[in-house]
Design a protein around this ligand. Structure first.
Ligand code: SAM
Length: 510
């Protein structure tokens, strides 16, 4: 399965190509936008009526993800007087979108915000939620696991009752696919694009439903790609799907979807001071971590790395004797005392998604200073995007001050930074580990497994005294919410949660 890191290059490629082809794209796809605008028109309430469950309220705020140059979709909502935030990873598109949307502004109070960002990195400003999120022809360079993760994020960002609209095309070359064509090559506008993902109408229906949204409108039209033959003309099936986030349901109602939050589950002050390390350690102790440790051991051995700086969880002492080189030194970023004197390899072990990457990187470069020139290999261990379910739970539980980075993004960032530093030979290895935090000998009942997991997870909180009414109330509310989340995760797996690790191994050229 490709991770977003692997897609790093494909995305860069895409940015360059896309920029050159804008006019061709817009001309070739004119017809595609007719069914899209038709559905979007149906959700605009006439100014003299109130909104309905399938229409937008007056003054609604729209988030257009992958907004491109802002026309014809974002601009449609600006003309209706609504607030629009557009995000896109291409800076030049964002600049053009700013001009296009400003031109159509209806009133001085209308909020128009355009942000140049990779969507994986985007977090709405604190407290901001949206009435409508758009993903129009967005996901062609996103692996399926990451699409699923993004949909869950979108659902968090929507108001209860908020709307989600997606349009995406399946080119005729892939019509035989029942669900996805992933990591394929596509000839389009005279170029070969690699690592492409395209989904069938059924695939979109399935992922949107699995994210807990109710489908309101669903259309699949055959649309001609209106290009000259040489540029890759043909027919596409374009899916347009409008869905709605259910109104917030009571926790004990069948409609309650724990993956929709509230997040964080527990305010920061109720998390024990030891949680960052001890809490993780408790969880990871319930994980079949040996496969990952073995993969790291193989990579270190192949490189005869005998002086390794380890940056990561406090797991280090659990297994190093058995698995890793004798000469690994744990390097705590907060103290320079144990900095290895002549490291030939660096190992980042699940250490990065909770840190501010840029600051962390600068700090690290400063501390390692001249030693960095001796380092020949950097290994970064993070998780694959489809481990999202577990991470959502873990993150929510810790009530983090900021949303942790997506693991795919961390890998993408590390690949880029280390390539710039001369570690140009890049390889990815995936291993699969399993969390068994609901398992206990002799226990087969799913509900009992949920209780075991909840007790374990709640054990990472500050434990209140018997007289501390407020504390007891908090911990009970936390457990109740956690029960829902755990049940949702376990319902597919009977108490075992898969967690795929991805190792990014970057070597300097020999
Ligand atoms: C085919 S264009 C569609 C633009 C616009 N939504 C429309 O329909 O006119 C896809 C857009 O999504 C953006 N995009 C793709 N992947 C993205 C990502 N991971 N983060 C942010 N933007 C992304 C691209 O830069 C591009 O502008």
């Amino acid at each position: 399965m490709p991770s977003s890191a692997i897609l790093g290059e494909a995305r860069t490629n895409y940015v360059t190509l896309c920029h050159n082809d804008t006019q061709l794209y817009q001309k070739g796809y004119e017809d595609n936008y007719k069914p899209i605008i038709k559905i979007l028109s149906s959700i605009i309430s006439p100014s003299d009526s109130t909104s309905t469950s399938s229409s937008l309220p007056a003054g609604a705020h729209v988030l257009d993800v992958g907004c491109g140059q802002g026309t014809p979709v974002g601009s449609f909502f600006v003309e209706k007087g609504l607030d629009v935030t557009g995000i896109d990873m291409m800076g030049s598109f964002i600049e053009e979108a700013k001009t296009e949307l400003e031109k159509r502004r209806q009133n001085p109070n209308q909020k128009l915000l355009l942000i140049h960002t990779e969507m994986l990195e985007f977090e709405p400003p604190p407290g901001e939620t949206y009435d409508l999120i758009l993903a129009v022809h967005l996901f062609y360079h996103t692996p399926v696991a990451e699409i699923k993760a993004m949909l869950l994020r979108f659902v968090h960002w929507l108001k209860p009752g908020g709307l989600f609209f997606i349009a995406s095309s399946l080119p005729e070359e892939f019509q035989d696919r029942k669900l996805w064509a992933e990591d394929v090559q596509l000839y389009f506008l005279g170029h070969f694009y690699t690592h492409v993902t395209v989904g069938s109408p059924e695939a979109w229906r399935k992922v949107v439903t699995e994210a807990g949204l109710d489908i309101l409108q669903f259309k699949a039209d055959i649309i001609k790609r209106n290009f000259d033959g040489e540029l890759g003309g043909g027919n596409d099936t374009q899916v347009c799907l409008l869905a709605r986030k259910p109104e917030a349901a009571e926790e004990d109602s069948a409609l309650f979807n724990p993956l929709h939050g509230p997040f964080p589950l527990v305010p920061r002050e109720h998390v024990g001071p030891e949680v960052d390390h001890a809490g993780c350690k408790t969880l990871y102790a319930h994980m079949d971590i040996n496969r990952i440790l073995d993969d790291v051991a193989v990579a270190l051995k192949e490189r005869s790395a005998n002086s390794v700086g380890y940056i990561g969880l406090d797991l280090f002492n659990i297994d190093k004797e058995n698995k890793w080189s004798d000469n690994i030194t744990a390097f705590d970023l907060n103290s320079e005392s144990n900095l290895p004197s002549d490291p030939t390899a660096l190992l980042f072990f699940w250490a990065l998604h909770r840190r501010h990457l840029l600051t962390h990187f600068d700090e690290l470069s400063k501390k390692l200073g001249k030693h960095l020139s001796q380092v020949k290999t950097v290994i970064t261990v993070q998780a694959a995007p489809d481990s999202e379910g577990f991470h959502l739970l873990n993150d929510a539980m810790h009530g983090l001050p900021f949303h942790p980075y997506h693991h795919g993004y961390v890998l993408h960032f590390m690949e880029k930074r280390f390539k710039e530093m001369g570690f140009v030979k890049v390889k990815y290895v995936t291993s699969e580990a399993v969390f068994r935090f609901g398992e206990k000998e002799g226990v087969t009942d799913l509900e009992e497994k949920i209780q075991i997991a909840v007790t374990l997870l709640a054990g990472t909180m500050k434990q209140p005294d018997a007289q501390d009414e407020e504390g007891l109330k908090n911990i009970n509310a936390f457990k109740k919410n956690l029960e829902g989340l755990t049940r949702a995760l376990f319902s597919h797996s009977n108490g075992v949660v898969r967690n795929q690790a991805v190792l990014l191994i970057a070597d300097k050229e020999a």
